[in-house]
Design a protein around this ligand. Sequence first.
Ligand code: GLT
Ligand code: MN
Ligand code: MN
Length: 387
Amino acid sequence: MVNYVPKPEDRFTFGLWTVGNIGRDPFGGPVREVISPVDIVHLLAEVGAYGVNYHDNDLIPIDASPDEERQIIKDFKVALNTTGLKMPMATTNLFTDPIFKDGAFTSNDPRVRAYAYQKVLKTIDIGVDLGAKVFVFWGGREGTETDASKNAADAVKRYREAINFFTEYVISQKYDLRIALEAKPNEPRSDLYLPTTGAMLGFIATLDHPEMVGVNPEVAHEHMAGLNFMHAAAQAWDAGKLFHIDLNDQLFGRYDQDFRFGAAMIKQNFFLVKFLEDVGYSGSRHFDAHAYRTEDYEGVKDFARGCMRTYLILKEKAQRFNADPEIQALLAEIHADDGAFDYLKAYSAEGVARLRATGFDRVGIGRKGLNYERLDQLTIEVLLGVR
Ligand code: GLT
Ligand code: MN
Ligand code: MN
């Protein structure tokens, strides 16, 4: 990890739409020229990324002719081959075109839902051809401004029908492809359905092929809702559902800022990186973020390099935390367990009888200080570079 240089095994990826973001916002037009997907691939190779992800229309314009489409895919494959970049994840844009203004799978209009299905099937085929192993669904327009317009329970049913349809399609084509659902609480709709990673995990359990479907949690999306992102990622991991992850940053309660990873909440991101590294998460570390609107393309490279560098620095800090004798001594004390209550790990009538007969020093246990102040200060000192 010397010099924090990204390596292929770090699995650092960026979407075409991230470094290709031209800095448009609701109050102002673009500040950067559009650059082609081929140029984006070369830019990502230059900064040391492992892979590039895409939406269908990041690569192929929505109104491209079949000939144009063939040529674009051919050129893109050449760029992947010459740079060695991989394309591990594909996704469908179901939010930009006006046809999706009231959603795709949850639209009230059956023609819109059918068009969305058609668009997804095509993106799955092309994505698999380009090497994708994970297919993300982010329902950017699946929501409402007024709940007079849709039945929220029907919306979830329609979402379920759609995901069931696509898992059957993947099976029928014998594709080696898993699906990852990405939650967001709001924006661009006033309220989005299935707004958190936890909501997605509950939804997945209701699908026909839950084993093929996991989540793609995004740091900023949980932060928008004021939630602890690492806890969401950990729950997904525990459920065997952490198929992909969108890394970026922002403070709680703001609009969707998609800042450089680690730009805003260092301590939270430290615990996230530590979690991912400690459990051995081996999927893509996808930076779904973009450069400040103040930047030109040199600044975009600074942004991309910064995401990867900060991840690697936090990874090193996690190793330091794990190797720090004082921290480890405290943790050993905090986690001490002599096994006396192991009989409660599984229910038994005998265990209940034993438990009923046990006396507890309630006051004494409640009085004992836990040393978390010291532990947290030591953590902060690791992060601030004095340990
Ligand atoms: C869009 C959104 C992201 C999603 C992308 C996938 S598109 O940039 O803000 O969070 O991951 O559709
Ligand atoms: Mn986002
Ligand atoms: Mn995302």
